[in-house]
Design a protein around this ligand. Structure first.
Ligand code: SAM
Length: 253
């Protein structure tokens, strides 16, 4: 294979993920825009619209990184319901990413501080979060970096209240052969080159491309969600941009 990181042992994967996100933390937001042509913003907007949080929602945003989802969630609550009682707790394994997020909310135009809390922690072991304590759980572009995807989903199930909703936004698999060819070319040629050009870091972006390919296909991931106990409506997922990304969702009944 032409990938550099195939078959790395599990602990090595964790070390690699830590290294990747520490090295991209300060460039992260710029790179997201550069690599996706800004489309990640539309996907994230769609993700929050799908969640459609009612007033007072308590959200746990896991692998929350620099706070894109947390920020959109609070903006939605404020602009749609005039609600400033919603709360979000962000957890991410990487202290550098969490620090960038902390700065964002500290510097935000209106005072979001009382609505946001941030913590360094692992999606596979949310030991600081009590069982049945949150209304919604989100994980955006984070789960494919985790070693045990099924364990992440089981933890989500544990912390959600009955009636609560699991929502995942993640890169997925393109369902159209023509788009697929263009996407392959873009992933394997353009993304690592852009990583080198903008962040002088080809390897981190090569890792990101590879981790996308290794993540389970839409149907298989939906089954993992059902296996953890969630109820899914229909197929349990919605493709975005031909499946370049997908929203998976499940309810804890
Ligand atoms: N959710 C943010 C967004 O959509 O912009 C950040 C996504 S970023 C691509 C992936 C994040 O997952 C990184 O901040 C990384 O530190 C975090 N991450 C990786 N493995 C994790 C784990 N096991 N537990 C929690 N966070 C993890």
């Amino acid at each position: 294979t032409h990938f550099g990181f195939r078959n790395v042992p599990e602990t090595d994967k964790e070390r690699l993920v830590a290294q990747v996100f520490s090295s991209v933390a300060t460039n992260y937001d710029v790179m997201n825009d550069a690599m996706s042509g800004g489309i990640h913003r539309l996907w994230k907007d769609q993700f929050i619209r799908r969640l459609a949080p009612p007033p007072g929602t308590v959200l746990l945003d896991v692998a929350g990184g620099t706070g894109d989802i947390a920020q959109r969630f609070l903006n939605y609550c404020d602009s749609v319901h005039g609600d400033q009682t919603a709360r979000v707790h962000l957890i991410d394994i990487n202290p550098d990413m969490v620090e960038v997020g902390r700065q964002r909310f500290k510097n935000s135009a209106y005072d979001l501080r009382s609505q946001v809390t941030l913590e360094v922690g692992n999606a596979e072991d949310l030991s600081t979060v009590p069982s049945e304590s949150v209304d919604a759980y989100t994980i955006a572009f984070g789960i494919r970096n985790c070693t045990h995807v099924d364990q992440v989903v089981r933890e989500a199930y544990r912390v959600l209240k009955p009636g609560g909703r699991f929502m995942c936004l993640e890169f997925s698999h393109v369902d159209n052969p023509v788009v697929g060819q263009i996407y392959d070319l873009y992933s394997f040629q353009v993304i690592p080159a852009l990583g080198q050009l903008i962040a002088a870091d080809r390897d981190s972006y090569q890792y990101l491309v590879e981790s996308i390919r290794k993540f389970p296909r839409q149907d298989k991931f939906a089954q993992i969600i059902r296996d953890a106990g969630f109820y899914t409506v229909g197929s349990g997922y919605e493709n975005l941009t031909f499946g370049v990304a997908a929203i998976h969702s499940g309810f804890k009944l």
